[in-house]
Write a protein that binds this ligand. Structure first.
Ligand code: NAD
Ligand code: IPM
Ligand code: MN
Length: 361
């Protein structure tokens, strides 16, 4: 039986995971899925209380006694160094070698696109390298706090790391019939890392003749995602560029509150989290958009082999937007819980419509 650990975390993470859990529980109950949920008290509050981010024992229990994690967000203004996010979130990505960060940014309703002109359908799927690059934590500070301070932050790229994320992107494109994979880099300046990415991209791409190859410098990509987002299908990028283009692709397809993500080591472990953070500016107001977290439930259900249930959740999300049951970020007046309950009911109704025997027969 797949065991799922829920880590609500900080700020709106707590609010959106509550709704994602509501939806997941309705699905689990309705379809009698063998999924077991446990909730974990990890985040800024715990760190400030105990001075501990996550113990080795907890880390082991999370990773060895569970098959997946659903995380809200980690980040709190009272923890300016973000130590707990580094140990827990980056800890899981790195130590569990979750090398694929898959971030599908899909325009769920044409009205949600913030661009002035009408765009068609948008589905920009980002494959972000998740275990190295600028996130490796290599570097140091010298003469810290003096006028001569030196700060070094290394960008670490391995052939293995580059190849496996690029292959994951092409495999996905082939499996889903997507026509193009675009490499996002800065090879005009980063000669060594960019050169490695470009060489491997061409080599691996040769194995997928049916998928077109395309390259964009990250600065031009930022511009083009606004100018003509419909051109893009699958993007592959290093850790840092992948992080940056995620928020951009998310907002072009409706908003940061809508995008889900999966951090995966295929066949081993998965961590699901919305692309957004803990949003301290709106935390505690009950207005955060729970859709990104709820769409993580859909990714999770797909991951565990329940595509029909996953599709039901996606359909319910689309219906909530169509019916304008939306939070203020999308121009609506519903609260986080209103949206969560509406989607949960829709999922439950669909279930009833399919499985209830006709009455009065
Ligand atoms: P953020 O994503 O938290 O917020 C950016 C903006 O988007 C804010 O104006 C916020 O109100 C809005 N927003 C985000 N999610 C929303 C939602 N679901 N509904 C409505 N509006 C939403 O980014 P930030 O402000 O740069 O970061 C805040 C904290 O979160 C930082 O500590 C950061 O490190 C952390 N963070 C954590 C994760 C994670 O744990 N996965 C991801 C990103 C940022
Ligand atoms: C994300 C976040 C994280 C990242 C932070 C919180 C470390 O922005 O998941 O996109 O940079 O990867
Ligand atoms: Mn980010």
């Amino acid at each position: 039986m797949p065991r799922i650990a829920l880590i609500p975390g900080d700020g709106i993470g707590v609010e959106v995971v509550r709704e994602a859990r509501r939806v997941l529980e309705a699905v689990v109950e309705g379809a009698a899925l063998p999924l077991e949920l446990t909730e974990w008290d990890l985040g800024a509050e715990r760190y400030l209380r105990d001075g501990v981010t996550i113990t080795e024992e907890e880390f082991r229990a999370l990773s060895e006694d569970h098959d997946a994690v659903l995380l809200g967000a980690l980040g709190d203004p009272r923890v300016p160094g973000n130590e707990h996010a580094k140990d827990i979130l980056l800890g899981m990505r790195f130590r569990l070698d979750l090398y694929v960060n898959y971030r599908p940014c899909v325009l769920l309703d044409p009205e949600l696109c913030p661009l002035r002109r009408e765009v068609g359908e948008l589905s920009i799927e980002i494959f972000r390298e998740n275990t190295e690059g600028a996130y490796a934590g290599l570097g140091g500070s010298f003469k810290t706090g003096t006028p001569g301070e030196v700060a070094i932050e290394e960008d670490l790229n391995t052939r293995l790391g580059v190849e496996r994320i690029i292959r994951a992107a092409f495999e996905h494109a082939r499996a889903k019939g997507r026509g193009r994979v675009t490499l996002v880099d800065k090879a005009n300046v980063q000669r060594f890392a960019g050169g490695l990415y470009r060489r491997v991209f061409n080599e691996v791409g040769e194995d997928y003749p049916e998928v077109a190859r395309d390259r964009m410098y990250v600065d031009a990509m930022a511009m083009d995602l606004v100018r003509r987002p419909e051109r893009y299908e699958v993007l592959v990028a290093n850790n840092l560029f992948g992080d940056i283009v995620s928020d951009l692709a998310a907002v072009v397809t409706g908003g940061l509150g809508l995008a889900p993500s999966a951090n995966v080591h295929p066949g081993r472990f998965a961590l699901f989290e919305p692309v957004h953070g803990s949003a301290p500016d709106i935390a505690g107001q009950g207005i955060a958009n729970p859709v990104g977290a709820i769409r993580c439930v859909s990714l999770l259900l797909n991951h565990f082999g329940y595509p029909e249930e996953a599709a039901k959740v996606e359909e319910a999300v689309r219906a909530s937007i169509r019916e304008r049951v939306t939070t203020p970020d999308l121009g609506g007046s519903a609260g986080t819980e209103d949206v969560g309950r509406w989607i949960t009911e829709r999922v439950a109704q669909k279930r009833g419509a399919v499985s209830q025997p006709p009455t009065g027969a």
